[in-house]
Design a protein around this ligand. Structure first.
Ligand SMILES: Nc1ncnc2c1ncn2[C@@H]1O[C@H](COP(=O)(O)OP(=O)(O)O)[C@@H](O)[C@H]1O
Ligand SMILES: [Mg+2]
Length: 368
């Protein structure tokens, strides 16, 4: 996958940009708050349909403007393609086009142009809370399994409705009793399906994380990754979708009072986690900071390898936001040596020893 050009209007501090990239390593250099991350964010949005930053779609529109527009001209393993996105300040929906044809739902464009984003926050993915790890899985799987994102959206809708029912239960117990099972059933179905996608993904992830980690560190310590499901089944049992579904159904049916007491749904894929360990010890607690960083780097590189496997040998585009300066020389060397044959767009604050194929200066939202 190769991003040839990004054309932007009114995106954050970028009024207008038309930036060509080359196939190797592209380096965006500029001082703080000039628009480096904003450019990566615009590229990312044409892959995932939404930003990696907090906030709503409309937040990316340049202050005072009525819309923003991004067009990504890229080449996949077969041909030249184009994805464009327009966000309006006064409309809920964005307008997405693929090769100039309107796409009905944003989720349909996800998986066409693929990226792996690596930013400083990812370096603490091992020790951060479970939501960071779930987010890693969700982004990674969405790009290779088009239906996964739809499932996540469906799950979120049902969960919201079920939670509302739980919150109102004390006032209106009769309505809760008559409708909750219907929602529980639907939630259990979607949860089991999403769990299956995730455990299958982790199976592939394990292999590549171990390979990268060993290459990077030369350590004897062996990484392991395990899916921790709130339905209380082991990872292995989660492969059995029927079993997982009935485990959830059972939990939902038999703990109404507990959920009403808590005011929300207590079990589901929104509570799950991915436990990473080294030689059998939880990395979150026992690994050194260096090992944790190596593991997070290995996760990101593994994410790229899996996309390549799933997409006929075609690597995604790698977006690295300020991570090189955060890594020590050993890990940096490893990362840079690993990027051979991939398109990389990375940001940094100052000139450095990175072998760049193209250098782009960034100043006040202007790219030169
Ligand atoms: N919607 C917006 N409209 C205009 N400017 C914005 C908007 N959102 C963020 N900015 C500006 O973008 C700048 C940050 O750009 P960023 O790409 O994160 O910088 P960096 O080059 O350090 O990565 C800040 O000055 C911020 O005020
Ligand atoms: Mg930045």
């Amino acid at each position: 996958m190769f991003c040839r050009n990004i054309y932007i209007e009114n995106f954050r501090n970028i009024a207008l940009a038309d930036v060509d990239f080359c196939e190797g390593t592209n380096v965006l250099i500029g001082e703080n708050a000039q628009g480096k991350t904003n450019l990566l964010e615009a590229i990312y949005m044409t892959a995932l349909g939404k930003s990696f930053r907090q906030g709503t779609d409309k937040d990316v529109i340049r202050f005072g403007e009525e819309y923003c527009f991004i067009k990504n001209s890229y080449t996949d393993s077969i041909r030249d393609m184009e994805i464009s996105m327009r966000v309006f300040s006064d409309r809920r929906a964005k307008r997405v086009e693929q090769n100039k044809v309107k796409v009905a739902r944003t989720s349909e464009m996800v998986g066409c142009f693929k990226v792996v984003l690596f930013c400083p926050e990812h370096l603490s993915i091992i020790k951060d809370g479970p939501s960071m790890r779930r987010n890693f899985l969700d982004v990674a799987i969405s790009q290779i399994r088009p239906l996964y994102m739809r499932s996540l959206q469906k799950y979120a809708t049902i969960l919201k409705e079920r939670n509302a029912l739980i919150r109102d239960a004390e006032e209106n117990r009769a309505s809760f009793d008559s409708t909750v099972d219907l929602y529980s059933e639907q939630l259990a179905n979607e949860a089991a399906l999403i769990t299956l996608y995730r455990v299958k993904y982790i199976q592939k992830l394990k292999k590549y994380v171990s390979e990268c980690f060993l290459e990077m560190t030369g350590d004897r310590e062996l990484p392991e990754i395990e899916y921790i499901s709130s339905c209380k089944l082991s990872e292995e049992d989660c492969f059995d979708i029927e079993r997982c579904r009935s485990a959830y159904r059972e939990l939902y049916l038999s703990h109404h009072d507990r959920e009403i007491g808590a005011g929300s749904t207590l079990w589901g894929i929104h509570k799950d986690d991915m436990e990473i360990s080294l030689n059998g010890n939880r990395a979150r607690i026992f690994a050194s900071q260096g090992q944790q960083r190596s593991l997070s780097l290995a996760l990101k590189l593994a994410e790229g390898e899996i996309i390549k496997d799933e997409c006929g040998g075609d690597y995604p585009v790698f977006l690295f936001d300020d991570v090189l300066s955060e890594l020590d020389s050993g890990r940096r060397e490893y990362l840079l040596s690993n990027l051979h044959g991939k398109q990389v767009i990375l940001t940094c604050c100052e000139k450095n020893d990175i072998r760049a194929d193209k250098i782009i200066g960034v100043s006040n939202g202007i790219f030169t």
